[in-house]
Design a protein around this ligand. Structure first.
Ligand SMILES: Nc1ncnc2c1ncn2[C@@H]1O[C@H](COP(=O)(O)OP(=O)(O)OP(=O)(O)O)[C@@H](O)[C@H]1O
Ligand SMILES: [Mg+2]
Length: 395
């Protein structure tokens, strides 16, 4: 017997005379598989293995039996609504018949068939019950496929995160490792002990940076650090200080506009990383000088119940974002910088913003004289932190 045959069996329980046998013969002659479990307790055991419907004579149902069935019915999975065809006694609607109808209420999906039932009526009622059971099985199979697909998706998402993590780490440690290779080569070529010591010291510093990057990058966390109250303006200031030398060398004029605003609850290190990513990109877009304007001001996000927060706007007069990548800007590995860009900065930044339940938007133009890019980041004062797997990237 294959699974479907088993799942569509009809259990026939009619203890009086040869009823069960006659009914089974009739249904079998119509291609319906029947079994006679003998007792309701046996029928319940069979039900666990898969049954299409139960055809049962009303007199079999005692109160304890109904209670036991009701418990089983309540335990059905969400897709199941097990059909029961109840062969009722004929006669008037009286007190006794009403008592019986109340009694069978907990049995769930019950169809009544009054005896004596015509053979065609009996067969068509059973067929209808089996049709509905077949649809329930379709739903069961659909849900099982859904579950498998969801699991596969979850696994592939986890793998993707690990892949990105590895790519990001490789990207970050590539430069210091190249320096170390270079320094080792120079040491081999040098005849001076003093020079070799200098090279060795520099190589040591580069390796320390590699180890720092690895530690920092491997910090995969489900929201470990604690959120703290931070001032976005202070973070912007400290980030600008870090870039001071590059800004001066590239002849970039910086204009800041810090308005009065309240601190926001945030992961400080991540906000710093976010701002550094944005300023780094702006600098890359202004190789031959330009203007960098950063504004920090109190704001509220109208689209989401007027949440109060802070908006950081970073505008540069650089090259503008290449139209070919605009659509995928926040996806990983999207870059126009060749070997010098991994295309992870904006992806990581958008993850940070999302984790802080904020919003990041961009406007950009590549046509001079209006060429340039504006990133606008809204950070709510009191974010609801998502606890999803996330990695911090070394900066
Ligand atoms: N301010 C900007 N002006 C012009 N183009 C930008 C700007 N910011 C981002 N882009 C474009 O978006 C791409 C993706 O930026 P992203 O920061 O994600 O990666 P990346 O800077 O190329 O590499 P990484 O940040 O990983 O070192 C960049 O390569 C660049 O083409
Ligand atoms: Mg970048």
């Amino acid at each position: 017997m294959n699974n479907l045959d088993r799942d569509l069996r009809v259990l026939v329980l009619a203890p009086t005379g040869r009823d069960a046998e006659l009914i089974s013969d009739l249904l079998t002659s119509k291609g319906i598989r029947c079994e006679q479990p003998g007792t309701l307790a046996m029928a319940r055991i069979e039900m666990a293995a898969g049954v299409g419907a139960l055809l049962v004579a009303e007199e079999t149902l005692t109160l304890p039996e109904i209670t036991a069935w009701a418990a089983q019915v309540a335990l059905q999975p969400s897709w199941s609504d097990f059909p029961i065809i109840l062969l009722t006694m004929s006669g008037e609607v009286d007190e006794e018949s009403q008592r019986r109808s109340l009694l069978r209420k907990p049995l769930g999906n019950v169809v009544l068939l009054e005896r004596p039932a015509r053979p065609e009526t009996l067969v068509s009622t059973v067929q209808a019950a089996l049709r509905s059971r077949r649809r329930q099985y379709q739903m069961r199979d659909y849900l099982a496929v859904q579950r498998l697909a969801e699991e596969a998706l979850r696994k592939s998402e986890k793998l993707a995160v690990v892949g990105r993590l590895a790519a990001s780490m490789a990207h970050e440690i590539n430069n210091p490792l190249a320096s170390v290779t270079n320094l080792l080569y120079l040491m081999g070529q040098s005849g001076s002990l003093w020079e070799c010591q200098e090279y060795a010291q520099t190589a040591g510093r580069e390796l320390a940076r590699v180890s720092e990057i690895v530690t920092q990058t491997l910090r995969i966390y489900h929201q470990t650090g604690r959120p703290e109250l931070v001032s976005p303006a202070e973070i912007v200031n400290s980030a600008l200080n870090l870039f001071r030398a590059r800004l001066t060398a590239a002849q970039i004029v910086v204009q800041t506009d810090f308005r009065e605003c309240r601190p926001v609850l945030a992961m400080g290190a991540e906000l710093r990383q976010l701002i550094l990513n944005m300023i780094g990109n702006a600098l890359d877009a202004m190789r031959t000088g330009g203007m960098l304007k950063i504004r920090v001001a109190a704001s509220s996000e109208r689209s989401n119940g007027s949440r109060p927060g802070v908006r950081v706007t970073i505008a540069d007069s650089g090259s503008g974002i290449h139209p070919a990548i605009k659509e995928q800007l926040f996806e990983p590995f999207v870059s126009t910088k060749g070997d010098t860009g991994a295309g992870l900065g904006l992806w990581v930044s958008s993850e940070i913003v999302r984790k802080h339940s904020g919003k990041i938007q961009v406007r950009s133009s590549v046509s001079p004289p209006a060429a340039g890019t504006v990133f606008s980041i809204f950070l709510p004062e009191r974010p609801h932190f998502e606890s999803r797997v996330f990695f911090a990237r070394a900066v």
